[in-house]
Design a protein around this ligand. Structure first.
Ligand SMILES: [Zn+2]
Length: 117
């Protein structure tokens, strides 16, 4: 007599080794851990497929907190300081940006006033 006791598979009711991790008759996993791993694998495969159909777009973080002087804003300030200097007053610009913008704003006024005279 062997020490391998038999049990009934809960899935197909066939007699199987009680130490079996997988039923030899129906192929179902009997080991809880293995079964969980198999379920996870299936779900992952499904998720990969779902992602391929509808790619998950990473959430766009608000850039409000840190706004740096962009090239376009810098260009705008150089050519139209009386409009673009005010943009540096928006939240996120550094004091340095504002000082440069407004010094240039005043300087450009002086230059234009000088040119008219
Ligand atoms: Zn079975």
């Amino acid at each position: 007599m062997s020490d391998t006791s038999q049990m009934e598979c809960p899935f197909c009711a066939e007699s199987i080794n009680s130490k079996a991790k997988k039923c030899k008759h129906c192929g179902e996993f009997l080991d809880v851990a293995l079964r969980a791993a198999e379920e996870a694998r299936k779900n992952n495969a499904q998720n990969v497929f779902m992602n391929a159909v509808t790619p998950v777009v990473p959430p766009v973080l608000p850039v409000e907190e840190k706004r740096s002087m962009t090239f376009l804003l810098g260009l705008g300030i150089v050519f139209m300081p009386y409009i673009f200097s005010w943009f540096t007053l928006r939240k996120g610009h550094t004091v340095g940006d504002r000082v440069v913008a407004f010094v240039w704003l005043i300087a450009s006024f002086l230059v234009f006033a000088e040119a008219k005279n």
